[in-house]
Design a protein around this ligand. Structure first.
Ligand code: P6P
Length: 348
């Protein structure tokens, strides 16, 4: 188990900063021409900007509600709109990205670049502020990002095809969690590393090197309020988790914020489930900018992610905002849940 350093302690210890880590590991990335590093750096900057706003969200009532104007007469923005604009602006300014898709945008955004040559190589898909309904109750929220190389010819405008790639094509994926501390957790296909922001100096430090999903766990995360609408396989799996036998019953932990539930489960071992239901036949979570990036991180950390029948990263998307059932976490727990989904036989 790695030691989690106190961010305030880091100033006195030699700890790798995110910037140093990116430079030290740049060679690992097969396309490395520094552009992906600059892209990760731009996400780092946007995360700091958003973190500053998220952390004072509780003061919004004093400064003016979203939709009002604040004391400077500026329009008060909803935080998820603010986060969306911050990431789009930062990514656009760095001349690396040719297109952006976001949960907050109906269609993708084309970025031609200063030379209008459409020769930037990467597309980015983001959920700028996942779990934003938790902001008002001061519960952790997060940003999720997914990065691909474009597949259409350089020099032509980006197309929907560049975004509708299966998750296994991702070149990088990560999340920022705005919690008791702010962290960036990401992978470029060579393992998963977590960086904690030291707010005193605005620097991220490598606090969670080589993060690994424990193969087993005893935490299950699912909104059991939807139980009656779940497929029988998930109902059976939940009853399996609750049965007194062996290392069970498991603990139920559900924050209602994917990034937070995922992050805790990756550190402690556990499974997150958002299944299809009779109300939502394709589930609630979005494949492109929630499930694919989290699935890449999970697999890079030794975990797994499935829709109950197929590997998430193998799913061929057909629409920007399509949804998928999502089962993700400790490898052996996901396999068990898949067994129930695929057999539909009560195995209590
Ligand atoms: P429910 C937040 O809206 C989100 O997309 C995830 O972050 C979270 O895990 C899930 O939806 C919560 O959904 O239906 O349980 O409130």
């Amino acid at each position: 188990m790695y030691q989690i350093h106190n961010p305030y302690q880091m100033m006195s210890q030699k700890n790798t900063t995110l910037g140093e880590f990116i430079i030290e590991n740049q060679g690992e990335f097969q396309y490395s021409s520094g552009e992906l590093s600059r892209l990760i750096n731009s996400i780092r900057l946007a995360a700091k900007v958003v973190n500053h706003e998220v952390n004072k969200a509780g003061l919004v009532d004093i400064l003016g509600n979203a939709g009002d104007t604040n004391i400077q007469g500026e329009d008060q923005q909803k935080l998820d709109v603010y986060a969306n604009n911050a990431f789009i602006k930062t990514l656009t300014n760095r001349e690396i990205v040719c297109g952006i898709a976001s949960e907050e945008e109906d269609d993708f955004i084309t970025i031609k670049g200063r030379n209008e040559k459409n020769d930037n190589k990467y597309v980015v898909l983001i959920d700028p502020l996942d779990g934003s309904s938790n902001i008002d109750v001061n519960v952790s929220v997060g940003t999720i990002f997914s990065i691909y190389r474009r597949v259409t010819p350089s020099g032509t405008p980006v197309t929907l095809q560049d975004f509708l790639q299966p998750g296994r094509n991702q070149v990088a994926a990560g999340y920022i969690i705005y919690g008791t501390s702010t962290m960036i957790v990401y992978t470029t296909g060579h393992g998963v590393n977590g960086f904690t922001l030291n707010p005193a100096i605005g620097t991220y430090y490598l606090s969670h090197p080589n993060m690994r999903f424990p193969e087993d766990g005893n935490i299950y995360s699912v909104n059991e309020g939807n139980y009656v609408h779940f497929p029988q396989g998930i109902k059976d799996y939940i009853k399996y988790c609750q049965k007194e036998e062996g290392d069970r019953p498991y603990t139920s932990r559900y924050i209602g914020s994917l990034v937070s539930d995922f992050h805790r489960n990756m550190i402690k071992g556990g499974i997150y489930i958002y299944p299809n239901t009779s109300k939502d036949p394709n589930g609630k979570l979005r494949l492109l900018y929630e499930c694919n990036p989290m699935a890449m991180i999970a697999e890079q950390a030794g975990g797994s992610a499935s829709n109950g029948f197929q590997r998430i990263l193998d799913l061929q998307p057909s629409a920007l905002h399509e949804r998928t059932p999502f089962i993700c976490g400790s490898k052996n727990m996901v396999e068990k849940a898949e067994g129930f989904m695929q057999s539909h036989k009560p195995s209590l």
